[in-house]
Design a protein around this ligand. Structure first.
Ligand code: PRP
Ligand code: MG
Length: 206
């Protein structure tokens, strides 16, 4: 029996496939999948889903393992085992907005895909803000007057730059993570361990 891994579609999927390639896995079935959402490789079954759904498939035990951004884990707090960090998907959470826009005297309005992380961050600073929840393209919000600033992840910084926005405050850094279903870890230990061990990366000690 092969393990089932849920992969986050898009950027993380591409970076994970590259990571597998560097570890001599045969990634051709993943590269040749076309629009298919389930693929079998020599080593595992892969399913492709959006990040929050990756966490759900792992929590419910449909997938044994998942590759997901830490942003999802912090925002959704799924009941999964957070196994290890990957050396890719590295981003910063930041407050960003228009360069000229001063912090308003009235209650600040923040647009974000991450209402829980945002609320907690400002609450820890003793600030109360109004949050507008968006599903994507949050950079539009300050440009169109929907919000004063945004809270979002920044990877290359290109999206901010190309939309004339700047980072105003760095919040925290995150990466992609390997998560596991709690029961799978106990019941399928023998088939999961070799895979999990091959994903461990020794951080260089400086
Ligand atoms: C993410 C994130 C930023 C951008 C950061 O958006 O929300 O907008 O990527 O990456 P960058 O710093 O390399 O430009 P995504 O492209 O996933 O789309 P969405 O926000 O519409 O979901
Ligand atoms: Mg975006």
């Amino acid at each position: 029996m092969k393990p089932v891994i849920a992969l986050t579609k898009g950027r993380l999927e591409k970076q994970f496939i590259q990571f597998l390639k560097e570890r001599n896995y045969d990634v051709n079935p993943l590269l040749d999948k076309g629009r298919k959402l389930q693929v079998e490789t020599d080593d595992f079954f892969a399913i492709f889903a959006k990040g929050t759904d990756v966490a759900t498939y792992v929590e419910y035990g449909i997938a044994d393992l998942g590759v997901v951004g830490e942003d999802i884990l912090l925002e959704v707090q799924p009941d999964v085992f957070d196994l290890l960090p990957f050396p890719f998907g590295k981003c910063r959470f930041a407050i960003a907005g228009e360069p000229s826009n001063l912090t308003p005297l009235k209650k600040q309005r923040i647009a974000t895909k991450y209402p829980n992380i945002t609320t907690k961050y400002f609450r820890d600073q003793g600030k109360s803000v109004d949050i507008v929840k968006l599903e994507g393209s949050v950079e539009l919000a300050p440009l169109l007057g929907l919000a004063d600033d945004i809270v979002d992840i920044v990877e290359t910084g290109n999206t901010l730059k190309e939309n004339g926005l700047v980072v105003k405050e760095e919040m925290l850094t995150i990466s992609a993570r390997l998560i596991a279903n709690r029961n799978s870890l106990k019941l399928k230990r023998s088939i999961l361990t070799p895979l999990i061990d091959s994903f461990r990366v020794e951080e260089a000690i400086i």
